[in-house]
Each structure stands twice: as structure tokens, then as C-alpha cells.
Design a protein around this ligand. Sequence first.
Ligand SMILES: [Zn+2]
Length: 213
Amino acid sequence: MWINPIFDILFPKFCVNCQKEGSYLCEDCFSLIDISEKQYHLLKSINCLYCPSSYDNFIVKKLINQFKYQFIKDLAKPLSFLIITYLINLDKVKILKDFVLVPIPLHKKKLKIRGFNQAEEISKELSKFLEIPVFNNILTKIKQTPAQVELKKEERKKNIRGTFFCQEPEIIQGRKILLVDDVFTTGATLEEAAGVLRRAGAREIQAAIIAHG
Ligand SMILES: [Zn+2]
């Protein structure tokens, strides 16, 4: 931790929206993001979906794009802060204390290109805040799939089928799981991952994402 002030001088941070120096998301720009007050029940295999914001918000979009496509790993912090603020507002912190975090995995080829798994980075931040563990290697992506954004809803479901594999079902049995991903569009990815975890014996599955598309 002691190295942070020096690090900040050498590599100052700027707000992704207004370029103000100091952090990746300044307070003024944070206040321009509407944090939702709803929880969602849209998916069959997921009891509750937590989603604080919308990809239509231009600041959220900028944050996510720079995080995923310009590989700025540190943006996991302001993005997770959106989820954390939302969970506090909804009074969900206590409820999640006996959950474990499972990030949606990337295929190893994609992981090599990006250098990090965005869902894992968000999980790490949530783990620090909620004080619950991240189960990183439970779920693996065994099939490389074309980008979901280019596909229609039915195609997405087909595209994602058989993509995930649960490595150690004995660790999952009876657990309550909070699945973590970045953006929600049709939910096909979350649904598929949740199905695999359920068949492996998970007791309850909820999910947290940054934004819906
Ligand atoms: Zn700003």
C-alpha cells in the first residue's frame, strides 16, 4: 500500500469522462450514473440478478469499453464500486455473506490476449468488500465461441451451449453462488453457467453484473 502515492505521481489517474486528475471516475461523473434500485428475476436458473446500471449510460459504456478493449485493468475498481453502491442501497450485503463468488471464465486464448479476465477482476473487488471468497477455477470455458454481440437471441443460446465445464463439483455442492460478469444482454451466458453449477450441486445461484445492454 505504501507505494501507492508514489505510483500515483508517476502514473496519474484521470477520469475516463471529464479527464479530471485524481481517479478513473470523479465524483461529479459518478453522480451522472443512475444506480438502479431494482433487482431482477429474469432468468430460470438464477434466483436474483443484481444489475446497478445500463450500458446506455455513456459513462458506464466508456468505463466498460476501456476496461475490456483497452485493457485498463484498474477500471475494475470504479466498475465494482457501482455494484457495491447498489448492493448497499438494496441492503443486500448481509444476505451475500454466505455466498462464494464465481466469475464467468474466459477461454484461455482470449485470456492470453486480454491479459486478465474482467469478471475475475470485478470478483476480486467484490470479494474484498463482501469478505467472501472467489472460486476461480471452478468453472472453465472449454469451447471458444464467436462474440455474443454479433448474434441473435436464439443463436446466442445455441452458441453458448456446452461452453462451460465445472472442474470440481464437490466444492460446489450445497453452496450459494454469486456469479459475476460484466454486461448482460440476453442472459444466455449466465443461464448456461448457472445450469452447469446447478447440475454440479449448487444450492442457490444469484448473479451480479455491471450493466445491462
Ligand atoms: Zn469526471
